[in-house]
Design a protein around this ligand. Sequence first.
Ligand code: 5GP
Length: 115
Amino acid sequence: MSEKTIFSKIIRREIPADIVYEDDNCLAFRDIQPQAPTHILIIPKEVVAGVQHATPDHGPLLGHLLLKASQIAAEQGLAAAGYRLVINAGDDGGQTVAHLHVHLLGGRPMQWPPG
Ligand code: 5GP
């Protein structure tokens, strides 16, 4: 199903993206509509439609995504000032792409509660 999302096409290099990190399990690239000075998406190469579809078998993969998000944040110079990680899930969560992704947002103070 989600083999056809835009993110699968980015993984397969069928459409361009500003990639900042890649390994065997994940890809990180800049969001096309940035909501902060730094806005990067970290996605698994394995297609998981969203965190709401993750199973216990995905535990190591989910941990990997968070650890890489933290690593990338540090590489982007965000560690000292702080940053926000967001995973939107489903319609009420604001998810628009059915391929699990972690938003890394930084470079400005974040508000709470989110909209
Ligand atoms: P969601 O709303 O599902 O949590 O986040 C999807 C994100 O993907 C949005 O922030 C949107 O701007 C981003 N996005 C959608 N299409 C593309 C694309 O073709 N390239 C890139 N780099 N980001 C995209």
